[in-house]
Ligand binder design. Structure first.
Ligand code: SF4
Length: 382
């Protein structure tokens, strides 16, 4: 049914101005209450969905999961190892923000069982960082990267954002150069999107001269591909680059549609068995979550049993995110028919537009297809 666990930790020191994730400020008391509720939720999901099929990855995402203490992380991991069947050495990722962790805390997270660290860097430009409402500086990024290495993290990633308000192509090149100097194992790159309900949505309308236009965004995407692949990183997914052997196992599981169980508020789940794939999400209301779990109920919403057509569409648009694309025989072994029959007209249209390459055994996105991936994916929706 599932091989991956996601734990959502919805706390941040302060809210960034562009952020629409489910996160809030908290004190240590409310964080401990949340951890206790998560532990109880784990017992409930174990009783409802079983021990899983060999847990291959666990991901603490947020929010800022490094707001939890190493002891709290250790308790969550210990309980999870008792309740769920773990594979021999699961990948266990903690998202952390520079400025929230020091060398000792990182060493304690490592000792608690975290073996992969993902740092929310976003930019190395102090002015842009402050415009984003981030709490850290460039120097804190550099210090945190070197502290993480000293703490024993041999699987370290950073996230960057491009197309920030006022960011030029040269500024982006400089961010990429600084990222390469950090010599991390993994780099994720996202283009800024202005999300409704955020301070950015009020500050930057579509006409704002500070926002990157389509051409500049495209140039930034392509520049990242050129510079990072030249430096030896594999552009293995639309937004992700890794050194050899350092692809994210957890996120790769999402794109391959492995079953995963999400715990905590606003977490999403996909449970799979031979007969059916089911998606659901947990309430994003903290009070509703706490009351339900304390009453022995899992507050799952939006439960959908996917039709065969929906599962096929997901297989296509998630699998196409990966560099290697989709092997026809994989599709056939999942659905008992060839995608060439079902999507022949779509493949033809997209490959003539230069967005896909199709050969005898597989299809994959071109670089332009990656850039315009939303247009490609919309063609596969049932
Ligand atoms: S640290 Fe991340 S999750 Fe928290 S407010 Fe900033 S962007 Fe959002």
């Amino acid at each position: 049914m599932f091989t991956r666990l996601y734990l959502h930790i919805p706390f941040c020191q302060r809210k960034c101005d562009y952020c629409s994730f489910v996160s809030m400020q908290a004190n240590q008391h409310s964080i401990e209450d949340y951890v206790v509720t998560l532990l109880e939720e784990m017992r409930l999901v174990r009783a409802t969905y079983g021990a899983g099929d060999g847990i291959d990855s666990i991901y603490f995402g947020g929010g800022t999961p490094s707001q939890l203490s190493p002891h709290q992380i250790a308790r969550l991991l210990e309980q999870s190892s008792l309740l769920f069947k773990w594979k021999a050495r699961p990948e266990i990722t903690l998202e952390a923000n520079p400025g929230t962790v020091d060398a000792q805390r990182l060493a304690d997270f490592h000792a608690a069982g975290i073996n992969r660290l993902s740092l929310g860097v976003q930019s190395f430009d102090n002015q842009l960082l402050s415009r984003l409402g981030r709490i850290h500086t460039e120097q804190q990024v550099v210090n945190t990267v070197s502290a993480a290495r000293m703490a024993g993290f041999d699987n370290l990633g950073i996230d960057l954002i491009h197309s920030l308000p006022g960011q030029t192509l040269d500024m982006w090149r400089s961010d990429l150069a600084r990222a390469l100097q950090c010599e991390t194992d993994h780099i994720s790159i996202y283009g800024l999107t202005i999300e409704e309900g955020t301070p950015f949505a009020l500050r930057y309308t579509e006409e704002s001269p500070l926002l990157a236009d389509e051409d500049l965004s495209a140039a930034m995407f392509e520049t990242a591909d050129t510079l990072l692949t030249a430096a030896g990183y594999e552009h293995y997914e639309i937004a992700n680059y890794a050194r050899h052997g350092f692809r994210s196992r957890h996120n790769s599981g999402y794109w391959k549609r492995d079953g995963y169980l999400g715990l905590g508020i606003a977490a999403h789940s996909l449970l799979r068995d031979e007969t059916c794939d089911v998606r659901f999400s947990t309430t994003s209301d903290l009070d509703e979550y706490t009351t339900a779990i304390n009453g022995g109920i899992l507050p799952h919403h939006d439960t959908i049993s996917l039709s065969r057509e929906e599962a096929m569409a997901e297989f296509m648009y998630l699998g196409l995110r990966l560099k290697e694309g989709i092997e026809f025989r994989e599709f056939e072994s999942n659905f008992g028919c060839s995608p060439l029959k079902i999507y022949a007209a779509t493949f033809d249209l997209l490959s003539r537009a230069g967005l896909l390459t199709v050969d005898k055994t597989s299809i994959k996105l071109t670089l332009r297809g990656m850039l315009l991936s939303n247009q490609v994916f919309s063609r596969f929706l049932p």
